[in-house]
Design a protein around this ligand. Structure first.
Ligand code: GCW
Length: 689
């Protein structure tokens, strides 16, 4: 019996868990573990899961035991007990290092699962039926335990359970754009829990949530990296954070500033080919690994948006990445070298520049270097085609970078479920090796035989009680983890899991929230940037600003992208224009070169067309634009109405919070429509001039 769970506190826990619709802050995320209804199903689960054994003793073993105690006690309304001996347990969690697991004779099942994979099956131990969660490694046991808890939360029967799972991608990372002063770049959910001082309790809960969806790495400082992050005081803090994350099998990574040798090392240069610079990075890596033995590596934003980089010394991205890679290699670390570069000297069209700089370097990077590439070639817009670098660098592992924080998607005010957008990207066919070469197979290494694989999501978490500002932002964190584990999962299925665990499983609740979520991204596109329009914003990246013409550089304006004037609207990226289409392979290049063959969703991304261009719908382009904005507003209103039907069906506190956000969203949608429709109308008539 667990000493901390005194009878009185247990009673309170059970009472609280069985009171429906109690106020909730959202702090528990999808790990609420509310009691299942009393009945035969719960009785069966109790019989199956009441006594568990973890076959190994370690910080991760203790973590698993704590989570099972918490989860099963909450769900089953009875104190879950940990047994020391698998022979008296009804649930056994173990690794292949344990004789009890080896004795099951499941060797074949463990092949190919790696350390992170697991099986969940029924077996007989000491002549009694048991449920077994087994893995090659402790990480797999941890993920398997969370998977089992998820099955119970989703009320899936265990009588014939037979699960074998392993992640498709090896590095499943969150990138935190957290500054050392505690502010968060593009963060909309409060301040950082890492800086300036690590918040240990919050970080432990963060680790639980991540482990529950298989995330195994965190870059804990912003890619706009302060060189100070590599100095001893900050490395000490990073080590403290790593110690909290380690039992959850999450590694710490750091963003490194390329100018650190000069800025904090007292060197005269940052030239990657200078021997003193290479020696400095080697010594720095050695110092980090002494403090953090499982340190993951560096992400670097170099020669991008004013950040220093190898080009300052006439060197290439490969020269820059390799000097860091060589320093990390003896310790098993990796470099994630970001491809978010857009030097105007490279090409007049911003979306072409990363490809132009990076593709010629394919084969020149060390094996422990990833190129980290955003999903689209511009910058996390509500809709972009996939980045043409995917499929174009067969010798370089590409780490996909998605943005969970909704910088351009309504921040924490708009309800936008991002999984459909990410699926569009992951499923997009690059045609790199003919038809059937989706992005997911580029990044999981199967297309070109990469050994290193990974995906990164720019986190949306902060110190807000509900973690993500908007309660539905949690769904995007959840969905990112699930897709990092398996990019083939469906957006709707992921939503259903999340809804049941987060809001409850009454059929009307699930159906209503499912419908809202699955539509939400398209609704957002309709009222903000329909038909392939993009970057219609100002510096806050939130409010509509199609007139934005005066930023520091043309490619930070809106007019650079929409080109709206009396002749028409859209960015001509065809062979008659910027030729960006030719960064894609056949048949995409030809398809997107022809407006008639380009899907409506990407039309104005690739084409500048006259206002009276005839759309598939029969409407003119100008009518279609207005129609999209109007439709988007109506759809946003419908989301608000659908949500309103849930009053009394979900807890009041979160109901009210989401209602207020939806109300604002509807108002914002109307602003987008009014502003954009009027602006384009002016441009068309020439009145804007
Ligand atoms: O999306 C843009 C953001 C910047 C960000 C940059 C990047 C971290 O507006 O805030 O900087 O991209 O990805 O480097």
């Amino acid at each position: 019996m667990r000493a901390w769970l005194q009878p009185l506190s247990l009673l309170l826990l059970l009472l609280a868990a069985s009171t429906p619709l109690r106020a909730e802050t959202g702090a528990d995320l999808w790990l609420r573990y509310h009691a299942l209804p009393d009945g035969p199903e719960r009785t069966t689960y109790r019989r199956e899961l009441e006594t568990f054994a973890v076959t190994f003793t370690s910080p991760t073993g203790d973590t698993i035991a704590r989570e099972l105690t918490r989860g099963l006690t909450g769900l089953l309304g009875v104190r879950a007990r940990r047994a020391d001996d698998p022979r008296v347990a009804t649930l056994v969690i173990g690794t292949t290092a344990s004789p009890a697991i080896r004795a099951l004779g499941w060797d074949a099942a463990f092949k190919g699962l790696g350390d992170d994979g697991f099986v969940i099956r029924r077996a007989t131990i000491a002549r009694a039926p048991v449920v077994v969660v087994a893995s090659n490694g402790e990480s797999g046991a941890l993920y398997g335990a969370f998977h089992l808890l998820r099955l119970v939360q989703l009320r899936r029967p265990l009588d014939r359970i037979d699960v074998a799972e392993h992640p498709r991608l090896a590095r499943r990372l969150l990138n935190h754009w957290d500054n050392l002063d505690g502010s968060i770049e593009r963060g909309y959910a409060g301040r950082s829990f890492f800086w300036p001082e690590p918040d240990a309790g919050r970080i432990a809960d963060y680790a639980r949530a991540n482990a529950s969806i298989g995330i195994n790495g965190s870059v804990i400082n912003s890619v706009n990296a302060n060189p100070q992050s590599l100095t001893p005081p900050y490395l000490q803090k990073a080590a403290a954070i790593a110690a909290i994350l380690r039992p959850y099998k999450i590694r710490v990574y750091l963003a490194a500033n390329f100018a650190a040798p000069r800025a904090i090392g007292g060197l005269q240069t940052n030239d990657p080919l200078d021997r003193s610079v290479a020696a400095w990075w080697r010594a720095k890596a050695d110092e980090i690994y002494k403090l953090i033995p499982d340190f993951g590596g560096f992400v670097v934003k170099a020669n991008s948006e004013g950040q220093p980089g190898p080009q300052d010394y006439g060197r290439t991205h490969a020269d820059g990445a390799n000097v860091l890679a060589d320093a990390l290699a003896p310790h098993g670390g990796v470099v994630m070298w970001r491809a978010f570069v857009y030097n105007a000297d490279v090409d007049p069209d911003r979306v072409k520049r990363a490809y132009a700089e990076f593709v010629p370097l394919d084969g020149k990077f060390r094996p422990n270097v990833f190129a980290q590439v955003k999903n689209g070639p511009l910058d996390f817009q509500p809709r972009e085609p996939f980045h043409p670098m995917f499929g174009a660098m067969p010798k370089t592992p590409l780490m996909a970078e998605l943005q969970i924080t909704q910088e351009y998607l309504g921040q924490s005010n708009h309800l936008v479920y991002l999984a459909p957008m990410w699926k569009e990207f992951l499923d997009a066919d690059t045609f790199a090796r003919g038809a059937g070469s989706p992005v997911s197979k580029v990044i999981d290494g199967t297309l070109d035989g990469q050994r290193e694989t990974g995906i990164a999501g720019v986190a949306n978490t902060g110190l807000d009680a509900n973690w993500t500002g908007h309660d539905f932002g949690q769904a995007n964190w959840y969905a990112f983890g699930r897709l990092a584990w398996n990019p083939d999962l469906q957006a709707g299925a992921i939503a259903d899991e999340w809804i049941r665990m987060t809001w409850g499983d009454a059929p009307d609740v699930v159906a209503t929230i499912h419908a809202i979520m699955l539509e939400s991204r398209e609704v957002y596109v309709h009222y903000t940037m329909p038909l392939g329009l993009h970057h219609l914003i100002g510096g806050d990246h939130y409010a509509p600003m199609p007139e934005n013409a005066s930023a520091q550089r043309p490619d930070w304006t809106a007019v650079y992208y929409h080109h709206a004037d009396t002749t028409g609207i859209g960015f001509d990226r065809t062979r008659a224009g910027s030729k960006a289409v030719d960064q894609y392979r056949a048949p995409l290049a030809d398809r997107w070169n022809d407006p008639a063959a380009t899907p409506d969703e990407l039309l104005l991304w690739f084409h500048h067309l006259p206002w009276d261009y005839r759309m598939r719908s029969g409407r003119t382009l100008s009518q279609e634009i207005s129609e999209s904005y109007n439709r988007g507003v109506l759809e946003a209103q419908a989301l608000e109405r659908q949500w309103a039907t849930l009053e009394g069906h979900v807890d009041d506190e979160r109901f009210a919070a989401v209602s207020a956000k939806l109300h604002r969203q509807v108002r914002d949608a109307a602003d987008w429509r009014t502003k954009c429709v009027a602006f384009f109308e002016h441009a068309r008539s020439g009145a804007g001039k």
